[in-house]
Design a protein around this ligand. Structure first.
Ligand SMILES: [Zn+2]
Length: 55
């Protein structure tokens, strides 16, 4: 079974504050991205920041 879209299982989110890329693989835990932005905990900022999808 070949994967055509890696976005289904893997998503790279970029912190809009520090620019750190935080890859997540468990997409079921987050709400569907409609604005390509979501709040996520950034280990670098050590707080919840707005992340945008990075390709
Ligand atoms: Zn950050």
């Amino acid at each position: 079974m070949a994967k055509k879209g890696t976005r289904l299982n893997c998503l790279v989110l970029e912190c809009t504050i520090c620019g750190s890329r935080n890859k997540i693989t468990q997409r079921s835990n987050i709400q569907p991205i409609t604005k390509l932005e979501l709040k996520k905990h950034c280990p670098k900022c050590k707080k919840h920041t707005v992340h945008k999808e990075s390709k």
